[in-house]
Design a protein around this ligand. Structure first.
Ligand SMILES: [Zn+2]
Length: 338
């Protein structure tokens, strides 16, 4: 055979196939005309396929957009929920916000006081004056040296002014705290603590000296160190040894109130003041103690030793050495408040 391609396939009559091929070759439109219905059908199927594919991809991309929108709204709900749906949780979150960086005092928030220990620098630097400590530090520990002298001098003036808190298994005193209270307040506090030996009490502030109160007062005035509100120096019950800031304030409130401690209220949830008939009108001894220390060390620049936080006293306090005077407290010669 010379032409393999032309050779007829087995079982098929050669002439018929040849005729058909010839007819197609001669008239390309002829087949379409002859099979119009079939062509229309095929066209429809192709068109439907294309449309179907389009619809499929459109739906698929919509579904993707929908999914990402859901994901985004889920992410967004972290911000949206607290303000809208979980309103009851919001005050709690706000309350713990200032101290959220330190688990020690999640319930500790003092409006009249001390910045939270978690916000204080780990190792307090030394400052030459109280004023420098107020401007540059955020911890009352920066005036520790002077504060210890003031406490010791105050105890010389009136031994019951600042009495140490003894240790108790359920009493935790934070490291920055000077653990002193006025005698009567101290005894009433211990009655409350001893009546509930299984409950822990964490004291985050007790006695505060006039130097420390000056710091927190400046911090509140200049909106520094997270102190929202502070009593002016010479006016705080913390200086008298009548005030306590307690981490577990809510649970201790009934026991403390039974011992004449008054809860200050929502404005300062951790603060209690000792108030009894005999405590009324008691003034702080810390200012007088400072005035005595100042005069001893500055004989040419004396202030009146009247125990009042006057502008003249404030001016000296600002210049006083944060680490303490060269000449410390003395109980040598008896003296009494004027
Ligand atoms: Zn307080």
């Amino acid at each position: 055979m010379a032409d393999d391609a032309a050779s007829p396939e087995p079982g098929e009559p050669e002439p018929e196939r040849q005729l058909e091929r010839n007819a197609r070759a001669r008239a390309p439109g002829a087949w379409l005309q002859q099979n119009r219905a079939l062509a229309l059908g095929l066209g429809c199927v192709a068109l439907c396929g294309v449309i179907g594919l389009d619809v499929y991809f459109m739906l698929r991309s919509d579904a993707k957009r929908g999914a990402s929108a859901v994901a985004k709204s889920a992410q967004g709900s972290g911000l949206a929920l607290p303000s809208s749906l979980s309103a009851p949780a919001a005050p709690r979150a706000l309350a713990s916000e200032p101290v959220a960086d330190d688990g020690v005092g999640l319930d500790y928030e003092s409006d009249d006081g001390e910045p939270h220990p978690g916000k204080a620098p780990p190792a307090p630097k030394h400052f030459d004056t109280v004023q420098h400590a107020a401007v540059e530090s955020c911890t009352t520990a920066s005036v520790d040296g002077l504060s210890r002298q003031i406490i010791a001098q105050a105890r010389c003036i009136r031994p019951n002014a600042f009495v140490p808190l003894p240790s108790r298994p359920n009493l935790v005193i934070a490291s920055q705290v000077f653990p002193y209270l006025e005698l009567e307040a101290r005894d009433h506090l211990l009655k409350a603590v001893d009546a509930h030996p299984k409950a822990k009490m964490t004291i985050n502030s007790a006695l505060r000296t006039v130097a420390q109160q000056y710091l927190v007062w400046r911090w509140s005035a200049t909106k520094r160190c997270g102190v929202p509100l502070a009593t002016p120096p010479g006016e705080s019950n913390h200086e008298v040894g009548f005030a306590l800031d307690i981490a577990e304030a809510a649970s201790w409130r009934p026991a403390l109130e039974a011992q004449d401690f008054k809860w200050l209220g929502a404005s300062d949830r951790v603060h209690f003041d000792y108030k009894s008939s005999s405590s009324a009108g008691r003034t702080a001894t810390d200012v007088l103690a400072f005035q005595k220390l100042w005069n001893k060390n500055n004989p040419s620049d004396k202030v009146v030793e009247d125990g009042r936080y006057s502008p003249a006293t404030e001016q000296r306090l600002k210049q006083a050495p944060a680490d303490g005077f060269k000449l410390g407290p003395s109980c040598g010669r008896p003296s009494s408040p004027k």
